[in-house]
Ligand binder design. Structure first.
Ligand SMILES: Nc1nc2c(c(=O)[nH]1)N[C@H]1C(S)=C(S)[C@@H](COP(=O)(O)OP(=O)(O)OC[C@H]3O[C@@H](n4cnc5c(=O)[nH]c(N)nc54)[C@H](O)[C@@H]3O)O[C@H]1N2
Ligand SMILES: Nc1nc2c(c(=O)[nH]1)N[C@H]1C(S)=C(S)[C@@H](COP(=O)(O)OP(=O)(O)OC[C@H]3O[C@@H](n4cnc5c(=O)[nH]c(N)nc54)[C@H](O)[C@@H]3O)O[C@H]1N2
Ligand code: SF4
Ligand SMILES: [Mo]
Length: 880
């Protein structure tokens, strides 16, 4: 029973993905939070995934920036604010407003974002504010605007449950939007006739639940959907009445589609026919798409190729059907609402439209409106690099890691005359390059709103005290605005006040015929804002939430949707003899972007603890590479050192690496150092998934694995570290022959005086060292000429014990089976435990595995992997 005095649960929203799950958070006596899914939130109805469930483990103040820094030295807010205002003012006076820029983030709250956009576009007078959403949603925004006249997501999550066919295109929903995946799985178990198709060059956890997986040639989605459109027409499946009433451009789109060849997809005729038949034969179809579509040099065209098929059949905006661009970041949608992209104005108004500019200028009483779109992210950092931009404020994003050609971006930031970085953490790869660092409040401390993939506005509420001198991002922005002379216009007392202003501006937008209208909330009181329940937009006197376009009503001048003539084209850069492999990049289940938060949780770090490269066995064999060795991935832009995973889940000729690893977590794990900065000509979104690369063995002299109680450090050619159990784990490798292992162990562990207990086999170059400090195992190192094969989770569990013996044995005893790599993060269930449960219990399904060993019974994020393990065992049995 809960103690009567325990503090109340606070309703808030998860800060990770665009599903936007409601969270109930209760402060615990240790100063942390206990979280559970909010049963009343429409996005998740009580569910949370592994990342959401582990939120409480990411709140320690270790590493947090607790006061402003100028040139790395502690400073006060007044001093830092005055300096930023002065530098921006002087740069503008000397070089004009386009010599300054803001680079912001879909993880800002709507209120922070609104203030940043207002300051740049209305007061500084430049369009130079862009956001990491350029790397994420820009192609979807461009596609929506071309087809619908506005950036409108037509549907809602319930469509996923009401559909008879869900097509996941370039989306690994099982890992990236896990609660939506859970909702689909639940719908499918209630209605087994609900079918799933997954379109992805790679076989992912999401493919494993699909009836059909189409491993298309990278970048060939336009060819596929053009093929579908041509087939729709041939089969007479186009909706003539709907087209006549609500759509323009059908004939031209069809002619272009008919001229395209779907053989470019590399799929067999049977696969194509199966997909076309299923899509055409199922009226209730939702096509979900994400970064495999957006992050492409043909991203906007891919989006429109999908929209074309839904528009031709009139399958849009009705229950269970429609195109569905799922957003990545918690407030990707909110950022689009406030006009965070360099080519947008607030409230879905267009920067290029003089009437829109005028309306916003009048509303803001703006002294200097931006007259033209600003630079998009890739061009923005190029302008920083070549000196056109001389002062930049980077807020809530880590571009030195996440931008393509990241080494060049980091160098540009380092060389820029004046750089401000606002982050929760002072030591990110980007924050370390700042002239002025501003400490920001983070999730749990800040308060405001976010909008999720289905246009639902939810409150994030503060549950924890603001640490140190951290401030909310809107406060930092308003402070600088005031110091630049616009105190009255930025004199906000609270996020509620900013929200009301934004809602009032949306009324102006609504009058100008825009979709984003939340004027029904413009007079919301402070208590009303505090209590605001999740609410999908629009919110006007006439309507609240719901779907768009079921009866037409597009936001184009003639009210008709536009179908576009499209032609497939290959990724921007062809593979060459020197760079013959295509590098695809993306996400893993339990990490969030550059790991500044998810990396703090040992539970989340145990699923995948090291940066890796997946490669097809054929390509590995051709290069003489074997599993678990270290490889160097190179492109003309740069290189990364990664652990090789050999798997037939990718197409030959392609490789895959995760985007998460930083300079903090690995010696050379930043894959964006390798990714080419090619962009889509319409949206400006980078092609993050198709860089030509080559891969070669690193061939180190030795490999090592260390566990330590305190954070380890190494200067070896390769290292990668992660939190593990009560301490840390680190993988190592070095090009020079072995050295003094005990000295190395002491150096890595930072324990110069620890007692070493060593077992070594000099002839074979093997060594095991346990370091004892105060009678406890404080660290251990295992090294040898091959990738180290010790039972890692077992060894991690022995840290802090009193005897070095079991550590040096490195293998669990008979009575303690090695459970292997962790699959279920919630209950720490390893793959070996799961396999043995399946084999001994002769288990037939994922629920039975859960009943036997608990795996998958809490958040359910690992259910796809459980299914994969189950299927592979069945295949092995069948083959016997
Ligand atoms: N665990 C976790 N979840 C997250 C995030 C995270 O960091 N970690 N980040 C959030 C954010 S911001 C975003 S944007 C979303 C992204 O969510 P997703 O888009 O689902 O994630 P990705 O792994 O980037 O890419 C999806 C898939 O696109 C495939 N792909 C590559 N090239 C092509 C192609 O040419 N065509 C097709 N059809 N597919 C292709 C890749 O193989 C990959 O499996 O995830 C959100 N959720
Ligand atoms: N190769 C490759 N590159 C990619 C992608 C890919 O698929 N492949 N995906 C792209 C996509 S879709 C995205 S969205 C980006 C994400 O890339 P980033 O935006 O760079 O990633 P994050 O790690 O989420 O960075 C957020 C930063 O803000 C800080 N932070 C958190 N909360 C707050 C706050 O309230 N205020 C402030 N001021 N700071 C805060 C965090 O500590 C962190 O440093 O990466 C892109 N890059
Ligand atoms: S699916 Fe997971 S990461 Fe996404 S909002 Fe829900 S709990 Fe957070
Ligand atoms: Mo994203």
């Amino acid at each position: 029973m809960e103690a009567a005095s325990s503090p109340a649960e606070i309703r808030t929203t998860c800060p990770y993905c665009g599903v936007g799950c409601g969270v109930l958070a209760r402060p615990d006596p240790q100063g942390g939070l206990r979280v559970r899914g909010d049963p009343d939130h429409p996005a998740n109805r009580g569910r949370l995934c592994s990342k959401g469930s582990a939120l409480g483990e990411t709140l320690a103040l270790e590493g947090r920036g607790l006061h402003p820094l100028i040139g790395g030295t502690r400073a006060g807010w007044d001093e830092a604010t005055a300096l930023i205002a002065e530098k921006f003012r002087d740069t503008i006076a000397e070089h004009g407003p386009d010599a300054v820029a803001f680079y912001v983030s879909g993880q800002l709250l709507t209120e922070d974002y609104y203030v940043a956009n207002k300051l740049m576009k209305g007061f500084i007078g430049s369009g130079n504010i862009d956001t990491n959403s350029r790397l994420c949603m820009a192609s979807s925004v461009a596609g929506h605007r071309r087809a619908f006249g506005t950036d409108t997501v037509p549907g809602q999550y319930e469509d996923l449950e009401e559909a008879d066919l869900i097509v996941l295109t370039g989306s690994n929903l099982a890992w990236c939007h896990p609660v939506l995946y859970q909702r689909i799985l639940a719908a499918k178990s209630a209605r087994p006739e609900l079918k799933i198709v997954n379109i992805d060059p790679r076989r992912t956890a999401s493919s494993d639940m699909a009836e059909l997986h189409l491993a298309l040639e990278p970048g060939s989605d336009v060819a596929l959907f053009n093929g579908l459109l041509a087939r729709i027409a041939r089969r007479g499946a186009a909706d003539a009445a709907w087209l006549a009433a609500h759509v323009s451009g059908y004939e031209a789109a069809l002619a272009a589609a008919g001229a395209d060849d779907d053989a470019a997809t590399g799929l067999s005729r049977d696969e194509l026919d199966a997909f076309y038949d299923l899509w055409i034969g199922t009226e209730k179809v939702v096509t979900v798409y994400s970064q495999g579509v957006n992050q492409s040099s043909a991203g906007a065209d891919k989006v429109n190729a999908i929209l074309n098929c839904h528009l031709a059949t009139g399958r849009i905006g009705r229950p269970g059907m429609g195109p569905f661009s799922v957003t990545g970041q918690p407030n990707a949608m909110g950022g689009r609402e406030v006009g965070g992209l360099a080519n947008m104005l607030a409230c879905h108004l267009d920067l290029e439209d003089p009437a829109h500019r005028l309306a916003v200028r009048d509303f803001w009483d703006a002294p200097r409106m931006a007259e033209a779109p600003g630079l998009k992210a890739v061009d923005m950092f190029r302008a920083v690099g070549d000196g056109r931009i001389k002062a930049i404020w980077i807020m809530c994003t880590n571009p030195a890691v996440s931008m393509p050609e990241a080494d060049a971006v980091a160098a540009a930031i380092a060389a820029c005359p004046f750089v401000v970085v606002s982050d929760m953490y002072a030591d990110t790869d980007t924050a370390k390059l700042a002239d002025v660092f501003l400490p920001a409040t983070g999730w749990g401390e800040k308060t405001g709103t976010v909008t999720n993939s289905e246009r639902c506005i939810s409150r994030q509420r503060a549950t924890l005290p603001v640490p140190g001198e951290a401030r909310h991002d809107w406060q930092a922005l308003a402070g600088v605005a005031a110091a630049m002379g616009w105190g009255a216009e930025f004199d906000y007392a609270s996020p509620a006040e900013i929200f009301r202003e934004h809602a009032a501006l949306s009324e102006v937008a609504g009058r100008l015929g825009r979709d984003f209208d939340i004027s029904g909330l413009k007079d919301i009181s402070d208590p009303g804002y505090d209590a605001l329940a999740p609410q999908a937009w629009p919110v006007t006197a006439a309507r609240q939430g719901g779907r768009f376009f079921g009866a037409g009503g597009f936001f184009t001048p003639d009210g008709r949707a536009r179908m576009l003539p499209l032609s497939a084209r290959a990724p921007a850069r062809p593979v060459t003899a020197s760079h013959p492999l295509r590098l695809n990049t993306g996400r893993v289940r339990d990490h969030w972007h550059t790991m500044t938060r998810s990396g703090l949780s040992p539970r989340l770090s145990q699923h995948i603890a090291e940066p890796f490269l997946e490669m097809h066995p054929r390509d590995a064999a051709a290069r003489g590479l074997s599993a678990a060795e270290l490889v160097r991935v190179t492109s003309p832009a740069g290189e990364a050192l990664l652990r090789l995973v050999v798997t037939d889940r990718l197409r030959p000729g392609t490789v895959f690496a995760p985007m998460h690893w930083t300079g903090q977590a690995a010696s050379a794990g930043r894959i964006d150092a390798v990714v080419a900065a090619e962009t889509d000509p319409v949206s400006g979104q980078p092609e993050s998934k198709a860089t030509p690369v080559e891969v070669a063995a690193l061939a180190p002299a030795w490999y090592g694995f260390a566990v330590t109680l305190a954070e380890p450090r190494a200067d070896t050619a390769y290292w990668a570290k992660a939190r593990a159990g009560a301490g840390w784990r680190m993988e190592l490798a070095e090009m020079a022959p072995p050295r003094d292992w005990e000295a190395l162990a002491r150096q890595v562990a930072g324990l110069p005086d620890a007692t070493a207990v060593t077992v070594s086999d000099a002839a074979r170059g093997l060594a095991r060292v346990a370091l004892m400090q105060d009678g406890r195992v404080a660290a251990a190192l295992f090294a040898g000429p091959e990738p180290v094969a010790v039972a890692r989770s077992h060894v991690i569990g022995l840290l802090g014990g009193t005897s070095p013996g079991p550590v040096l044995a490195a293998r669990p005893g008979e009575d303690q089976p090695d459970q292997g790599a962790i699959v279920c993060a919630c209950f720490s269930v390893g793959v070996n435990t799961i396999i043995s449960a399946i084999e001994t219990g002769n288990l037939a399904d994922v629920d039975a595995i859960g009943a036997a060993c608990r795996a998958g019974t809490n958040c359910g994020s690992c259910k796809a992997e459980l299914r994969t393990i189950l299927t592979s065992i069945r295949h092995q049995e069948a083959a016997q």
